[in-house]
Design a protein around this ligand. Structure first.
Ligand code: FBP
Length: 321
């Protein structure tokens, strides 16, 4: 049986990077177990607190954040951590080489209704900048590894180190991730889109026009009928797209005109962009390739368009024209 360690070694990852990834995976197994226990573990529901994004924290957001943070801080190779649930970058070990960003539990509003959620992670090298917060402000093209664990009917790890994308299913009987798809490839064309349609009246004109053309079906300018999906957890939307294609959009909208979008660049946009590109798809903002965006702050938000190559190119063309 190929182990994750074997696969990462074959991809040329050194022992320190493998250590960091394995710590994330061991925390993910713990999160997966707690999610399965659900109400039995007393972990459902909200805390009294809000995170730095102003969102109510679920108990499992906090528990998952702590599990990942504790696992990573013990690694001699982790220089710093940035999480959706932490206001500021958290120092690791001075001699550590890697910076890790993560969303410990993406889509956490799904927890209480027993629908899929996930952990998203991204790993970069430290630049040596003595200001840890600034050290993190690197474009996504600098990522050395990224992935997510989707906690659904099964728990599935999807990972890239820049040499394609592989999928691993958690076998609870042995407590290990088992390789279930060695080469994930996104179909170039699709007839499926995902966007929160309830925000339609708030979108900018290019998104209004593009979605109107998708909805026009065979009679419209695109000339095909599209189906729509919305799980309300980016990790589940990306998993569907990696499995059978599609386009996912979370554009800027005028509900909060001063924010560029809802999703976060450093622990949602970038890791998903790395995975999607490595699987043959595309990911961009309304202006540029996601992986080229130069971050200005750790919790920066971005508009996101990702998925099947031809459809993302089409969505981008509405912004360019
Ligand atoms: P959290 O990480 O705080 O859960 O928020 C992110 C997110 O859940 C994405 O995963 C998802 O795409 C989006 O919010 C759904 O937002 P909504 O359905 O409220 O528009």
């Amino acid at each position: 049986m190929t182990t994750i360690k074997d696969a990462l070694t074959q991809q040329g990852c050194d022992a320190s990077l493998i250590d960091v990834i394995q710590r994330i995976l061991s925390a993910s197994k713990d999160i997966s177990f707690r999610l399965q226990q659900g109400a039995l573990a007393g972990v459902l529901g909200s805390t009294e607190d809000e995170n730095v994004q102003g969102e109510t924290q679920k108990k499992l957001d906090v528990i998952s954040n702590d599990l990942l943070k504790d696992a990573l801080k013990q690694s001699p190779y982790v220089h710093g951590i940035a999480s959706e649930e932490e206001d500021f970058a958290v120092p690791g070990n001075d001699g550590g080489q890697y910076l890790v960003t993560y969303d410990p539990l993406d889509g956490s509003s799904n927890i209480d209704i027993n629908v899929s959620v996930g952990t998203i992670f991204s790993i970069m090298n430290t630049t040596g900048n003595s200001d840890l917060g600034e050290d993190f402000l690197q474009a996504g093209s600098n990522q050395v590894a990224a992935g997510y664990v989707l906690y659904g009917p099964s728990s599935i790890l999807v990972i890239t180190t820049g040499q394609g994308v592989s999928m691993w299913t958690l076998d609870h009987t042995i407590g290990e991730y088992v390789l279930t798809n060695a080469k994930v490839q996104i179909p170039e064309q699709t007839k499926e889109f995902a966007i929160n349609m309830s925000n339609q009246r708030f979108w900018a004109e290019p998104v209004q026009n593009y979605v109107a053309d998708l909805l026009a079906g065979e009679e419209g300018p695109i000339g095909k009928r599209f189906n729509m999906r919305w799980v309300a957890a980016m990790v589940a939307e990306v998993h569907r797209i990696l499995t059978r294609g599609g386009i996912f959009m979370y554009p800027w909208d005028s509900r909060e005109p001063n924010k560029p979008g809802k999703l976060r660049l450093m622990y949602e946009g970038n890791p998903m962009a790395f995975l999607v590109e490595q699987a043959g798809g595309l990911c961009c903002t309304d202006k540029e390739r996601m992986l080229d965006v130069q971050p200005t702050e750790i919790h920066q938000r971005v508009p996101v368009f990702l998925g099947s190559k031809e459809e993302v190119e089409r969505a981008a063309s509405y912004h360019n024209s």
